[in-house]
Ligand binder design. Structure first.
Ligand SMILES: [Zn+2]
Length: 646
């Protein structure tokens, strides 16, 4: 830069013009050697994978692989596009100390600069088998990522700890895996054990696709409950807890989980697993997650989910949701989402079925099984409907477009989330399926329902776990088989148009009306208390995080165009005072109550960074929380939907 300036004093102008004429501009370099595309042919070798997960303090898993059937030039892949998250989220940044060798001699590897999940090596003609070693650096703090390893609980997702050869469908690559756990620990998995030696368990030989779909949870304090005593296919609840007392599930609580299994079998009329394991962490030390697999699920919730049963109902649709995925998502899978290995990109256009209908059945099964009361299920439905009533993003963004969200933003925090919309195929998808269910019930005079769709669509090939893919047209065809209707237009209108009002037709046809009162439902209140949030979304248009000492009253969400928005309140602002009095959630609620009979704005002193200012919120509608009220002009179809099947 400097050199050009010195020379350019005299010559710059004429030189730069000549240069512009002479150069056509940059061109892209020639394509690199492509990574072999996956083919549906047997892999002429196998992977022997062994993982040592005993380094709990450092949270490091040590991996050793012996891979036979190696070609002279080989590309090894680290899983990138992960099932269940539907996104290129494989944690390649956590792979360290990679060493590849053959017959004791180190082989040089290079990473593909375009696909950084691919490693190239030249093994040469004489080498048929290689050894791979690496460390998987599981997050040490929450800043790095969701915690997977603690002193008492750990979760092993096999996609984190394996490299595999390119060029094959993963179902064609045989693998035998073994896992070493801290001594005395118990584990759960959909994988069957072949042998155990001390703290090391070797699992039965399987294929890579099945292995990666079968994670292991393990822990110091564990309990295992049979959820289908004497049933044809075992279903187990495997609990792993921070403390032994958290494992104390009561007979009634277990009964609701057993009813979940029976209600799911009645709904779908089939099963698609040899046995099923709910891998359920009750822990503050590791992440709370919900991740579906074909023959198991990774579940996590409040450590006291069983010991404080009544106060922790708010996410008790988790297990019903993940169990439903064994049918919807794993067995029946959108054709554009199924991929032959983890390098081929996934397409998420049908997530409003995969996740939307699972959200619907998850909550319906929660109610049918008794995990939720009828009232709790109704209250949850009210919250969903109310949220979409105030959500602004639907003005500009079609629901269909939100199916790309996992790829656009794999659940990083978002600014103005209701203006952007985020993964609405779950909850708005649920409302659309409620509409479809009540429509079938109305049109068939109560003869048929979406249960018939579930049985026809997910209940085929009973006992088979081989996925069957589907397209939009298959959905429409099956719906028409249940109840003739213009389902293609019904669905496309709801998916593709903008500016549509919130789909409340399902509630109306279900015999309910969305109303607001000044008291939250118990399930909403308990959820807020547990999460330390103050929900004023339906009044001021804000949600607050309300932690102790210096972290109280921090605005975590502002609804676009809401009274708070118009007063200039933004996410991250902290409310310090209300009408001259120091902040507390109760004083804020009192001020909203008082402002109902007053025309004076509520005066808030807020802090944003190092700025203090006054925000005047001109709101006089009182506290508002959503509920469903029985509307006798329609039959109580929603009650029927949520009632257990005999
Ligand atoms: Zn799901």
């Amino acid at each position: 830069m400097k050199l050009v300036v010195v020379v350019g004093i005299a010559l710059g102008a004429s030189l730069s013009i000549r240069a512009a004429v002479a150069s056509p501009g940059p061109v892209a370099p020639a394509a690199k050697v492509p990574i072999p595309a996956p083919k549906d042919r047997p892999y002429a070798g196998e992977i022997l994978l062994s993982v040592d997960a005993t380094d709990l303090d450092r949270r490091i898993m040590h991996v050793h692989e012996s891979v036979s059937g190696i070609a002279a030039d080989t590309v090894l892949l680290y899983p990138k596009w992960l099932p269940g998250t539907h996104a290129p989220e494989g944690p390649i940044d956590r792979v360290a100390a990679l060493r590849i060798s053959a017959n004791g001699a180190t082989l040089a590897w290079t990473r593909d600069p375009v696909d950084v999940y691919a490693f190239r090596l030249h093994a040469g003609p004489g080498v048929k088998s290689i050894d791979i070693e690496f460390d998987y650096l599981s997050p040490t703090t929450r800043k790095v990522g969701a915690l997977e390893v603690s002193r008492d609980v750990l979760m092993v997702e096999w996609n984190d700890v394996v490299l595999y050869p390119a060029g094959y469908f993963t179902r064609q690559i045989p693998v035998t895996a073994s896992l070493t756990l801290p001594s005395g620990w118990q584990f759960g998995s959909a994988m069957d054990s072949a042998a155990a030696s001390g703290a090391q368990t070797t699992f039965k030989r399987t294929d890579l696709e099945t292995l990666i779909d079968s994670p292991v949870y393990a822990g110091r304090y564990a309990a295992r409950f049979d959820l289908d005593v004497g049933g044809p296919v075992p279903v187990h609840l495997d609990l792993f807890a921070d403390r032994p007392e958290y494992l104390a599930a009561t007979p009634e609580e277990l009964q609701a989980h057993r009813a979940l299994v029976q209600q799911a079998f009645k709904l779908f009329g089939s099963h698609h697993f040899g046995h099923y394991d709910f891998l359920y962490s009750l822990s503050d030390q590791v992440q709370e997650q919900g991740l579906e697999h074909h023959q198991s699920s990774e579940d996590g919730s409040d450590p006291e989910s069983f010991t404080k049963w009544d106060a922790t109902a708010y996410d008790r649709d988790l297990l019903p949701h993940e169990f439903t995925h064994s049918w919807n998502g794993k067995f029946r899978r959108p054709a554009d989402l199924w991929t032959p290995n983890y390098t081929v990109p996934m397409q998420n256009s049908l997530l409003w079925v995969y996740e939307g209908q699972t959200q619907y059945w998850g909550q319906v099964l929660a109610a049918r099984s008794g995990l939720w009361s009828l009232q709790q299920a109704l209250d949850q439905m009210a919250f969903t409907a109310a949220y979409y009533e105030i959500q602004a993003g639907r003005r500009w963004r079609p629901l269909q477009d939100t199916t790309n969200d996992e790829i656009i933003n794999p659940r990083r925090p978002q600014s103005w989330s209701d203006w952007q919309r985020f993964e609405d195929y779950y909850e708005e998808g649920k409302l659309i399926w409620l509409e479809a269910d009540t429509l079938i019930r109305e049109q068939s005079q109560g003869e048929r329902s979406l249960d018939d769709f579930a049985r026809a669509f997910f209940g085929i090939n009973d006992g088979s776990s081989t996925p069957v893919t589907y397209t939009f047209d298959d959905i429409v065809k099956t719906l028409n088989g249940v109840q003739p209707y213009d389902w293609a237009s019904f669905l496309r209108q709801r998916l593709d148009s903008t500016g549509r009002p919130v789909p409340l037709e399902g509630l109306r046809r279900g015999g309910y009306e969305l109303v607001y009162t000044d008291t939250p439902s118990a399930i909403l209140r308990d959820g807020d208390e547990q999460r330390k949030h103050v929900n004023l979304l339906f009044s001021l248009g804000i949600d607050l995080e309300d932690h102790e000492k210096g972290a109280a009253g921090v605005v975590s969400q502002v609804i676009w165009d809401s009274p708070a928005f118009k007063a200039g309140i933004t996410e991250g602002a902290q409310i310090l005072a209300i009408n001259g009095t120091v902040y507390s959630a109760d004083i804020l609620k009192d001020s909203i109550r008082s402002a109902k009979d007053d025309s004076t704005p509520i005066e808030l002193i807020i802090r944003i960074g190092d700025r203090y200012r006054v925000a005047r919120v001109d709101y006089h509608g009182g506290l508002r929380y959503p509920h469903l009220e029985r509307d006798p002009s329609a039959p109580a179809r929603l009650d029927d939907i949520l009632s257990p099947r005999p």
